[in-house]
Each structure stands twice: as C-alpha cells, then as structure tokens.
Design a protein around this ligand. Structure first.
Ligand SMILES: [Zn+2]
Length: 313
C-alpha cells in the first residue's frame, strides 16, 4: 500500500484536488466548481465531499489532508473569506476523515510550492506575485510564507500606488490591483475605448494608443509596488505568476526596466516567471498535507509532473 495525501486548492469559482504520493507523484487530479452562491455551509460541505471522493480514489487511507483556501487563514482554521463568506471554520470541519489536516492561505501555499518545487527552489527570501483577476503576494521570508501578525501580510494588490487614483473594490484609492491586475487592464482599456469585455492579453498586444497608455500605467503601478517591496525586504528574486505573466517579455521587460530605473543605490532583484502555473496551489496543499502527517521533510527533490496525472471527472 502506497502512502499519499489529499491536496485541495479552493478557489472562488473552482476547486482543484489531487492525490500526491510520498515521492511527489501526482496520482490523479480533479476539478469541481466551488458552490459559493449557495452559502458558506454548502461550500464546506462540497469540500468535505470532494475530499472523501478523492480519498476513496486512492489505495488505502490518506496520511493527511492539505487545503489551500482564500482569505484569512491559520493552520487550524479558515478565519474569514469575503469571497466564500465563511468565518472561523475549524480545519477538521473540512473533512469527514479521521486524518490530520492543515490549512494554508491560497497564495502563500502557492508561494510555498514555488519555493520548494518551482522557480524559488533554494531561495530563502523572495516575493511570489501572481497577477490574475486580482493581485496578491506571498512573502517568502527565511524559507517560509509570512502572513504577519494577523494573516493580512502579503496584500500587495492593495498597496496604494497612486494616492489620488481610482477607487478600488476594497474601498481604498489607487491600489496596485486597480491598475495592474489582468481584470483591471482589460476593464480600464474597455472603458477608455468605449468597448466591452476586452481581455488583458489583447491590451498587452495592441498598438492602439489607448491600449499603450493603459498598459503603461499598469507597468508603472507594478514597478512602484515592486520598488517598495525591494527596498523594504531585499528579496533575492521576484517571481511573477498568474494569467498576466503569460504575456512574457511584454510584461517582464518593461517592468524590469522601470524597476531598475526607480532604484538608485541598489540593484534590482531578478524578475523570473513562476514555474508551477495553476498547479502551485494544489502542490503547495500537498506539502501542507505531508506536514500535517508529520513529514515536513517531504517536497525537496520531487520532480512533479501534474500534467501527466490522470484527470478524473
Ligand atoms: Zn484595494
């Protein structure tokens, strides 16, 4: 009987689950919707059922369960998620199985995976910045994600970069996320051009002066936030991920140039692309599952290949 953990990455719209063996083999992966419109209790129930279902697909009883969830999180409790609506859900409520469970903040868990298995391997201090619908950051300090005193640490998307700027959905003004998330880039260009539903990747690739302007403001906002982070925490590197990082040199080159220009007395840290893509959260959750099972040593040295794992529906 091989040992494995159940790993689950719970997003606002979908959940990605998997079984991961002791040697890092992703035995299977599966995706399900997150029923958040039905309320927090339904979401917890759906997670519990999904975990039981995944566990039943494995050979024997799982050694542990790891979950990456949004919002404020502690190891043992999902404290609060505006997105899903839950408050103070104990880790044990997420599974009907009598096995150890550990929770992690979704982005921090992705950062943990990038640290142990991805772009940040062997690097103790870096920033993992996924840029998608929103922008959140995982501060990896001395080899571990750092959430601060209450768990709010890493909300880089809500750093005010333009003090007199547009109001953000969070209530503040001029937040990085309002200018530089993929959703914001698409929205800001659409508004300016009198169009609707233009995607960020179309804006990045366009030579329409309005698109150039919107993209330039996004790059400016990012370089300001990254300069601040660099001066505050002196990271070895900055790992950019999420949908917008797929833009490649169109993102990396101008942000790098402007970051270098902003920093006068010190070098800019290298900007590197994330390695694990959308699998980072699930892989990080598997590391949490193994930690819950008393195996914090597992992870380093794994060669993960999620795409070769069978997808069960
Ligand atoms: Zn904000």
């Amino acid at each position: 009987m091989s040992s494995f953990v159940v790993a689950l990455d719970v997003g606002g719209t979908s959940m990605k689950g998997g079984l991961v063996s002791e040697s890092g083999v992703v035995l299977l992966t599966e995706r399900r919707p997150t029923p958040r419109e039905e309320g927090p209790d339904a979401a917890v129930k759906a997670i519990r059922e999904f975990i039981s279902h995944l566990a039943a697909s494995g050979d024997g009883i799982p050694s542990g369960v790891g979950l990456a969830v949004p919002g404020l999180v502690s190891e043992n409790s999902a404290v609060y998620s505006a997105n899903i609506g839950w408050r103070d859900v104990p880790a044990a409520d997420f599974t009907a199985l009598d096995v150890p469970v550990r929770l992690g903040h979704d982005v921090q868990t992705g950062g943990l995976a990038e640290n142990v298995l991805g772009a940040g391997q062997g690097v103790d201090d870096f920033l993992f910045l996924p840029i998608g619908t929103g922008i959140a950051g995982a501060l990896i300090l001395r080899g571990e994600p750092y959430g601060g005193s209450a768990g709010w640490g890493g909300e880089i998307g809500h750093i005010p970069v333009f003090p007199d700027g547009e109001q953000c959905a969070c209530g503040q003004f001029g937040c990085l996320e309002t200018y530089a998330s993929a959703a914001s880039v698409g929205r800001r260009y659409s508004q300016r051009a009198g169009l609707s539903g233009v995607k960020a990747e179309e804006v990045v690739a366009s030579d329409d002066p309005l698109a150039v302007e919107v993209w330039d403001e996004a790059v400016e906002a990012l370089s300001l936030a990254l300069a601040t982070y660099t001066l505050l925490l002196d990271p070895s590197m900055i790992v950019l991920g999420g949908g917008l990082a797929e833009a490649g040199p169109a993102l990396f080159d101008p942000v790098r140039t402007r970051l270098v220009k902003r920093l006068a007395f010190r070098d800019a840290p290298p900007l590197v692309p994330a390695a694990l893509g959308v699998d980072a959260g699930m892989l990080g959750a598997s590391l949490l599952g193994w930690r819950a099972a008393g195996r914090p040593d597992l992870g380093p040295g794994w060669t993960v290949n999620v795409r070769s794992a069978p997808l069960v529906s």
